[in-house]
Design a protein around this ligand. Structure first.
Ligand SMILES: [Zn+2]
Length: 116
């Protein structure tokens, strides 16, 4: 798996590298693996997972607290296994992050402030 990074050597680049380690550790725990991870500007979402297992993360996530970043990454990893937001999906998220609700609320509460 590779992280597409436009500015290596910057603080942003370092954040992305630590983010990619977290992507890996969650992916291994969940028994899945993204084919690629893109960090890019996204206007309406924190992240997305495509059918060909590419995960896109919003570059504004880098400004979020660590727990919120981890949650956003985990959310997309879980979508590689379950493509919807069914009860089963949230059970999977909870399995890897028991207190995920707090991070989810943070992202919802701060989406307009950060994503603009
Ligand atoms: Zn989702």
């Amino acid at each position: 798996m590779r992280i597409i990074e436009k500015k290596p050597g910057t603080q942003k680049g370092r954040n992305l590298r630590s983010g990619s380690k977290r992507v890996n550790s969650y992916a291994i725990k969940a028994g899945t693996h993204p084919s690629k991870v893109n960090i890019k500007k996204m206007k309406t979402r924190w992240g997305s997972a495509s059918k060909d297992n590419v995960i896109n993360l919003n570059e504004h996530l880098l400004k979020a607290p660590k727990g919120a970043i981890d949650y956003a990454i985990l959310h997309e990893i879980c979508h590689l296994k379950i493509r919807n937001h069914s009860h089963r999906f949230w059970e999977l998220v909870r399995k890897f992050m028991p207190g995920y609700e707090e991070n989810r609320k943070w992202l919802e509460a701060n989406s307009t402030r950060i994503v603009e």
